[in-house]
Ligand binder design. Structure first.
Ligand SMILES: Nc1ncnc2c1ncn2[C@@H]1O[C@H](COP(=O)(O)OP(=O)(O)OP(=O)(O)O)[C@@H](O)[C@H]1O
Length: 360
């Protein structure tokens, strides 16, 4: 699978721009702020129906314009796929596949697998559990359609239950039967999501460890774990036990929406005890393992977006990445860098075909 070309209209800093790509390596070079990352984000947008850096659609419209359009032509299983994403102020986002509009944007997820490695990924360690859940959800959803539908359903019921708890509190009333209806739905869908997250962790962990050790040559042991309240307790019992607390808090305090991923190095959380280099390696290994797992499960080779990575990595890690690119395992790759010469020197070593795009 590869992206043949893309057209951008009023997308972030681009007014009207078209790019035709190499099937293997594409490098965007130029000074800070010229829009290199924006091109990667546009590609991400075509895969995930939203931007990686700013999920608020209208903020991706070029300043003082009313709409944006991203059009991409992909080669997928030797067939052309035209994906069109457009946003107009005040209207809902429209995604079309070969001219036909999706009723639900979520139906599109998984058609074009993409993995991005970016300096922004440090949030996956430093920020709250919601980003880590999103990471896990995005890996699973790219090769499991029913997972995303379950997740959307769970979140809808959860917000209805929360609204009901608020209503009870502000009206000094309570109806146990009403709550029970939501509990049953949460338990049914929540248990399915829990099982899928658990099985994801079992498959992902050995792949991740292999990637970590390959990039770092490290002797230290790393681990990747999944933490859920459902591990030790039955979900229904948890909801019953915490009902009084939920009524006081006016939101649902237990469930798979509280799950987290545990990243450790030598038995200690990497956030507090990992060096910067170890954290970077951990993040790259996470993303490469995401690549491997999606490829394994979806039988499609994801497009790899490498944002600014040469700037952030030492030579040793860069040469490891070059080794990886040389590996037949990889498909199409997009790279951004401020130094044209440095990138071209690194890319030449791969003996792969490539195209350089100088932005200004
Ligand atoms: N909605 C928007 N309208 C117009 N310009 C925008 C919009 N959103 C972002 N930009 C512009 O896009 C530019 C940033 O682009 P991008 O992040 O792709 O740069 P870059 O080339 O990757 O830079 P760096 O090398 O610093 O990472 C900035 O100049 C920013 O002002």
């Amino acid at each position: 699978m590869y992206l043949k070309k893309i057209n951008l209209v009023n997308y972030k800093n681009f007014e009207a721009e078209a790019f035709e790509f190499n099937t293997k390596i594409n490098c965007f070079v130029g000074s800070n702020g010229v829009g290199k990352t924006n091109v990667l984000d546009a590609i991400y947008h075509l895969a995930f129906t939203k931007g990686y850096f700013n999920a608020i659609a209208v903020q991706n419209i070029k300043h003082h314009k009313e709409f944006f359009v991203i059009e991409g032509v992909f080669n997928l299983n030797e067939r052309e796929e035209h994906i069109n994403c457009s946003v107009k102020k005040g209207q809902k986002k429209v995604i079309k596949r070969n001219g036909k509009e999706y009723e639900k944007l979520s139906e599109h997820i998984g058609l074009i697998p993409v993995v991005i490695i970016s300096p922004n990924d440090t949030n996956l360690i430093s920020e709250g559990s919601d980003l880590r859940r999103k990471f896990m959800d995005s890996v699973i959803a790219q090769s499991d359609k029913s997972y995303l539908q379950n997740l959307i359903h769970y979140n809808k019921v959860l917000s209805q239950r929360n609204a009901l708890l608020k209503y009870f509190a502000s009206n000094h009333t309570f109806d146990a039967l009403n709550i029970e209806v939501y509990n049953q739905q949460l338990v049914e869908v929540g248990n399915q999501i829990y099982q899928k997250r658990k099985s994801f962790t079992e498959k992902f962990t050995p792949i991740f460890k292999k990637r970590y050790h390959h990039i770092s040559n490290a002797v230290e042991s790393v681990s990747f774990g999944y933490k859920s309240q459902l591990e030790k307790s039955d979900f229904n019992e948890l909801l019953q036990k915490n009902l009084e607390k939920d009524r006081v808090l006016q939101y649902t305090s237990v469930g798979i929406h509280r799950d987290d991923l545990l990243y450790s190095i030598g038995d200690y959380p990497i956030k507090k005890f990992g060096s910067q280099g170890q954290q970077k390696t951990y993040l790259i290994a996470l993303k490469l393992a995401e690549f491997d797992l999606i490829k394994l499960q979806s039988k499609k080779t994801p497009i790899l977006l490498l944002d600014d990575i040469f700037d952030k990595l030492d030579e040793n890690r860069v040469s490891k990445i070059v080794d990886l690119v040389n590996d037949d395992n990889f498909g199409q790759i997009f790279i951004t860098d401020t130094h044209a010469e440095r990138t071209e020197n690194v890319i030449k070593k791969t003996n792969q075909s490539y195209k350089m795009f100088q932005l200004s």
